[in-house]
Design a protein around this ligand. Structure first.
Ligand SMILES: Cc1cc2nc3c(=O)[nH]c(=O)nc-3n(C[C@H](O)[C@H](O)[C@H](O)COP(=O)(O)O)c2cc1C
Length: 426
């Protein structure tokens, strides 16, 4: 790739300075850099591999964990398109693992083809999260552990978990320190996924990033929204630039990458080391091929016909059937949301869509796939455009008195840890 492009650290420093300048000019708050309207790289972008300890990620793109989506069937499809990224499983609750809950263990399964087995743990009680990490390490269950500090869902934040947790600096540090200590014995890298903060009056990402680095995390992923912003508005990439300029460990930028150009633009604008993709790949696992090409300086993009998408749907159904131990009904029910994403924008009538939603077996799915217009081209109007949930949250739910102090009291810990859920979810 071009030699005359700025290095990542130069870009990060420039992004940080530019962002601070914009922030000053705007009287303290930087204006939001809107990725949906101006995300095009201005020229060649140098993208380098990222090492997370022993885990080498030659194309620095991460499938961002998504509950109910990034189980191994979907990860396998994504990885087939982009073989050198990092594909993270959906979050597993530490308490459920410790309780040996079979559903939690199902979420920890990997396909033999998966290059890096990447798990995400969620928990509030440091002792429980440490025990869960110990189970993973002793059982040789993963090659990488990501810690979830980004979940905005009320049932999680009202228990002090997910994106509420970094507000409590002692708790945040303790969880990371304990997990890193356990994982170090097996040379398993630990990373942390964070948001900007609870809201703009209660931002946490600067300290959280620094603490994660100090305690031995190998990278941080920043979803550049606050809890209050939920999935609404825009991910403010300038915050990613700030964090990338502040940390020595790699920062993966996250939020509103809908196409390969967005990924390049994020790296160019923010100097982040890599990108994490959530909703943009729902129904588009080939986005990882596009990003691999883009990072290698190629314009090649994947625009499958409806016939090709149909074949992916049929394969996805089969992989899900394996995931559900042969239970076709569970598989095709799980497939429904994916089908809605796969068919988005194609000229497929309501009757066909309803027929897919009524499928109960692989045979049903195959029949509907065969009936699709095989030659319909990929609809340009949905390629590289926003998809998935976009809601704002009305009110952030937090434990009583949570914002009063950055440290947990003994009473707070007692209350929180007794309430640490087994079923936290998005
Ligand atoms: C359906 C859904 C489930 C999610 N589940 C998780 C999860 O289990 N763990 C996590 O850290 N983030 C989770 N997220 C957040 C995504 O990983 C990602 O940070 C967010 O969607 C922003 O990235 P995007 O704009 O590329 O979608 C979830 C998001 C969605 C839409």
């Amino acid at each position: 790739m071009c030699d005359d492009v700025a290095s990542r650290s130069d870009a990060a420093a420039a992004a940080g300075t530019a962002s601070r300048e914009r922030r000053d000019a705007a009287g303290g708050r930087a204006p939001v850099l809107d990725p949906r309207t101006d995300a095009r790289p201005s020229g060649p972008v140098r993208v380098e591999p990222v090492d997370l300890g022993p885990v080498h990620v030659s194309t620095p793109v991460m499938l961002s964990p998504m509950a109910g989506v990034t189980n191994w069937p979907f990860r396998v499809l994504c990885e087939e398109y982009g073989p050198d990224g990092l594909y993270v499983a959906e979050m597993v609750t530490a308490r459920a693992l410790v309780a040996r809950n079979p559903k939690a263990f199902r979420l920890c399964r990997f396909a033999p083809s998966e290059r890096v087995r990447s798990l995400q743990l969620y928990g509030v009680d440091p002792a429980i999260v440490e025990q869960a990490a110990r189970i993973v390490v002793d059982g040789g269950m993963a090659d990488h552990i990501d810690l979830n500090f980004g979940c905005p869902v009320p049932k999680v934040t009202r228990r002090g978990g997910g994106s509420a947790l970094p507000w409590k600096l002692d708790l945040f540090r303790e969880i990371i320190a304990r997990v890193v200590r356990v994982c170090r014995t097996a040379d398993i890298p630990v990373t942390a996924k964070i948001r900007v903060g609870i809201d703009h009056e209660h931002e946490t990402f600067h300290e959280a990033g620094r603490i994660a680095q100090e305690e031995g995390c190998k990278a941080v992923t920043l979803h550049a929204r606050t809890t209050a912003e939920y999935y609404g508005g825009h991910s403010d990439w300038s915050r990613i630039g700030e964090l990338a300029s502040e940390l020595d460990i790699p920062v993966f930028g996250n939020g509103d990458i809908w196409g390969a150009d967005d990924a390049l633009a994020m790296i160019e604008r923010t100097g982040c080391a890599g990108v994490a993709i959530g909703r943009g790949c729902q129904g588009r696992p080939w986005l990882f091929a596009d990003i691999k090409h883009a990072f290698a300086g190629s314009d090649e993009r994947t625009n499958p016909t409806l016939g090709e998408v149909g074949r992916i749907i049929a394969r996805h159904a089969r992989l899900l059937t394996e995931f559900y131990d042969g239970d076709e009904r569970m598989a095709v029910h799980d497939l429904r949301k994916h089908v809605a994403w796969y068919l988005k924008g194609f000229p497929v009538g309501g009757q066909t869509r309803r027929a897919f939603m009524a499928c109960e077996s692989l045979e049903d799915v195959d029949r509907e796939v065969a009936a699709l217009d095989q030659d319909a081209p990929y609809p340009e109007r949905v390629a590289d455009k926003p998809r998935g949930r976009v809601r704002f949250q009305k009110k952030v739910h937090l434990p009583y008195g949570w914002l009063d102090s950055r440290r947990t009291t003994h009473e707070e810990r007692e209350a929180l840890f007794g309430d640490d859920p087994m079923d936290a979810g998005y």
